[in-house]
Design a protein around this ligand. Structure first.
Ligand SMILES: C[S@@+](CC[C@H](N)C(=O)[O-])C[C@H]1O[C@@H](n2cnc3c(N)ncnc32)[C@H](O)[C@@H]1O
Length: 219
């Protein structure tokens, strides 16, 4: 049921609206032929699928949540991309691929789980020489993060910001609009109402402190 309600809120559909920024970041990288890409904390794989479409490479989506990976597997099969896109259920604290496995590591909305500096440090060994790490993270502690990038052994290729206005117009605003009609539809379903309540709480958090919700792509 939870999967149905999430599908119906169309969070993926809302998230798809932000893939133009995934594209923008990918296009800032030099062209690579058949890159190997690891998408850490891939969730239902909105960026993973976009990376597969943008590259001609092999993409692995890694996440700790099996239900989210199941949804990604469905998308991979529907798109006929099973030969190029795989999923791995694993904690991002315990990634055990060999050193220098990937040309690109991608992490949207997941590095905060381990911490920006720690993520930079522990994922570095997974990159091939001249590999790229792309991180989409909160706008907080920008100055500190910009210093941590070179001190962890990376060269900053560039970065760009998604402002709180972008997040409101392209994500939280449309999400809030859907909640009342779905609350009526699912009024006799406590599990669905609980999901909707959590979504509303996130929207309310955004409204209380929108500046906290700006985000940055670091390459
Ligand atoms: C904000 S979501 C981002 C999902 C996806 N990258 C996107 O941009 O749409 C964060 C993801 O990190 C995953 N995650 C949280 N803790 C994790 C852990 N310890 N190991 C692996 N994935 C984790 C969650 O399951 C979730 O899918």
């Amino acid at each position: 049921m939870t999967t149905n309600i999430i599908g119906e809120i169309q969070k993926d559909h809302l998230r798809e609206g932000l893939t133009k920024y995934t594209r923008k970041a990918f296009q800032m990288l030099p062209e690579l032929d058949k890159p190997s890409i690891l998408d850490i904390g891939c969730g239902t794989g909105v960026p993973t699928m976009e990376l597969a479409r943008l590259s001609n490479g092999q993409v692995i989506g890694l996440d700790i949540s099996q239900p989210l990976l199941d949804e990604l597997t469905r998308k991979i099969e529907d798109a006929g991309l099973s030969d190029r896109v795989k999923t791995v259920k694993c904690s991002l604290f315990e990634i055990d691929f060999p050193d220098e496995s990937f040309n690109i590591i991608w992490a949207e909305g997941s590095i905060s789980v381990i911490g920006f500096e720690q993520g930079l440090k522990v994922w570095r060994r997974l990159l091939k020489p001249k590999g790229f790490l792309v991180v989409h993270d909160g706008i907080d502690n920008m100055t500190k993060k910009l210093k941590q990038i070179p001190s962890c052994g990376y060269e900053l290729l560039g970065y760009f910001t998604l402002t709180e206005d972008t997040w409101w117009c392209e994500y939280y605003g449309p999400l809030e609009k859907r909640i009342p009609e779905l609350s009526i539809k699912y009024s006799d379903n406590p599990e669905a109402l609980d999901v909707l309540d959590k979504e509303q709480q996130e929207v309310d958090m955004f409204k209380r402190n929108p500046k906290m919700f700006g985000s940055v792509f670091f390459l």
